[in-house]
Every structure is written in C-alpha cells, then in structure tokens.
Design a protein around this ligand. Structure first.
Ligand code: XMP
Length: 321
C-alpha cells in the first residue's frame, strides 16, 4: 500500500473517486464486502465510494456500541436512506459495555473497543455474510498518530504490523489512507454527500469513550452524552474545527440548594485546527463560556463544575483519552 499523502492542492476529487472505486472493485472481485458507517465524514465517504464500486455487494452496518451521541443511529440511517444506501443498525451495546467494565487506562479502553469492534462484532458479521473484505475510513492522521505511539487509533492495524486477516479473518481496505481531513471533505462533497455530512466536525472512532476519563459505564456515558448535546448546540455556529465535553474521573466539592454536593466535573474543549495535527483552543467569548457552564450544571444531573481547556495541541491532544 502506498501511503504517500495526497495534499488538498494536489487532489483531483473526481479522479480520486474513479481510481479508488476501481481499486475497490478489483480487490473485492466478485465477492462481498462489509463496512461500518458511523456518520462521520470518513466512514460516510467510504460508504458511498464502496457503493459506487460494489453496489449491493457492499453491506453497510451502523454499530450501536452504546457510546454514540444522542439519536445518532437513527439520524445516520435516515441520511443514508435518502441517498439510497440501506444501513443495518446492529445493537452491540451490551458487548461494548461488558468489554469496558472495570477498565480505566486510556490505551486499555481503546484496545477493548478495538477488539470488541473488529474481533467480536465484525468477526461475526463477516462470518454470517460470507464477506472477505472490510472497507474502512482510516485517514493519514490516524496512521501517523498511532505509528508515532501518541494514541492507538481504533482503526489502524497493517501499519502496526498486525495482519487483520490472521487476527480477525478478513482483509481491510482503506481507500482514504493517503488523505487528511480537508481532502476527505472535498471527496465527500464531490460524491454528493450533503453538507451536514461533508462539513461535520470530526468525531473519534471510540466515540464518547474517548471523552470519559476513568471507567466507561452506561451512566457515565449518559452524563457526557447530555453535556455533548449542549456543547454541540451552543458551539454549532463557532466555526471551530471540533468541540466537545469531557467527563473527569475525580469529583469536586460544589453546592446545590444550600447543601454541599461532592459532584462531577465536565471539561469543555473547543479547537481551532486545519487537520488535527496541531490545534489551539478557540478564543470563545466569556459570555458563551458562562452560558455553557450554566446550561451544563443546570441540565446535566450531578455536574457541579465546568472548566474550559486552554492548552494547545501539543502538548494536549484533541480528545482526552
Ligand atoms: P487526538 O485526540 O489524537 O485526535 O489529538 C486527533 C483527531 O482524531 C480524532 N480521533 C480519532 N479518530 N479513531 C478515529 O477515527 C480514533 O481512535 C480517534 N481518536 C481521536 C479526534 O477526534 C481528532 O479529530
């Protein structure tokens, strides 16, 4: 695989689409392929490329892992339904929460999600469907950060010397692996994806688990899910690269109704960046920050403290886990 970058200024989106669709067709031959759609720009782009190349021989799944944002499975299935792509929602919530039980280390959490996704959930789907290939939306930044040992991105194998065929029983195709985010958005646009998809802020594969420090339980995910909905609603017009809410692992003393409450802490992050390799905190107006604090402490049960991250990447990373 040639992982040489195709930069935005060198990208001819139409030609890229034709070339990659042809490559997918060649690799899969007369067989079947599967892919997981999360609704993010990378997996959405791969889904449409794959359908161009394979039509009905590509089966697209949305894996409901229990750590997605509010209403996401239904939203994503509806968008793709309109594009004529059938998406099967697979309820794997229990499998993921069982795998995450008792785990607090960031890399261990990422590994538990990776194994549940690729070995357990997709292993079964591939066996049942008879597919030999999995199409996925790994991009160059995912590979760089994993290979550099910064973060184990959930979707990187070959570049770490892991053969997916031996480990999971299927081959992985990565048509976007030479692109970074801005180039993927161009391809998504050229494929005819709607703006709500091609302009969507990035969202990590490990989903809200990347934003829960400490153990990932259904209850703790629910806290971060509610806070995320508020942050996304409030910052939608900010033009920032990405924004998020993070649940901290430790508690702090607060007060509510004149009584002491040893409560939860949520951290808000909002990033200016072009491709996620380096990033700076957005200089949000203080009134906006106060509004966020008011809504999160008022609407998310148990939260008594809201902070705003003012660190650049590096040394921070964009996600907390
Ligand atoms: P970090 O936190 O490493 O994030 O600064 C860089 C960009 O990548 C996204 N991200 C991921 N994307 N799988 C993905 O597909 C992952 O495991 C993953 N972890 C982080 C993150 O949201 C940011 O845009």
């Amino acid at each position: 695989m040639d992982a040489k970058e195709i930069t935005l200024d060198k990208l001819d989106a139409k030609r890229f689409i034709e070339d990659e669709a042809r490559e997918i067709g060649k690799a899969v031959g007369s067989g079947l392929a599967v892919n997981a759609l999360s609704g993010g720009v990378d997996s959405s782009t791969v889904t449409l490329l794959g359908h161009m190349a394979l039509g009905g021989r590509l089966k697209t799944y949305f894996i409901d892992n229990g750590i997605m944002r509010d209403g996401e499975p239904q939203k994503v299935a509806a968008i793709f339904g309109k594009l004529g792509v059938k998406v099967e929602v697979v309820d794997a919530r229990k499998q993921f929460f069982d795998a995450l039980k008792g785990i607090t280390g960031p890399e261990e959490k990422r590994e538990a999600i990776t194994q549940t996704f690729y070995r357990d959930v997709f292993g079964r789907l591939v066996r049942e469907s008879g597919a030999k290939h999995l199409l996925q939306g790994t991009i160059l930044t995912d590979v760089d950060e994993t290979v550099a040992g910064i973060k184990r991105q959930h979707n990187v194998f070959m570049q770490l010397g892991i053969d997916p065929e031996k480990a999971f029983g299927y081959r992985i195709l990565e048509p976007l692996v030479r692109l970074r985010k801005p180039a993927v958005r161009e391809v998504a646009k050229a494929l005819g994806l709607p703006k709500e998809v091609y302009a969507r802020p990035p969202f990590p594969g490990p989903a809200l688990a990347a934003r829960v420090i400490g153990e990932v339980t259904p209850e703790r995910v629910e806290v971060v899910r509610k806070a995320t909905a508020i942050v996304e609603e409030e910052l939608a017009g900010s033009k920032a690269f990405q924004y998020m809410a993070i649940l901290h692992g430790d508690r702090v003393t607060g007060m509510r109704g004149g009584r002491r409450e040893f409560g939860l802490q949520v951290e808000v992050r909002c990033w200016d960046s072009s491709d996620a390799r380096v990033a700076s905190p957005t200089r949000l107006p203080f009134e906006k920050l106060e509004g966020l604090a008011g809504r999160i402490t008022g609407e998310v049960p148990g939260v008594v403290s809201v902070t705003y991250n003012i660190t650049k990447k590096p040394p921070s990373t964009i996600e907390a886990v």
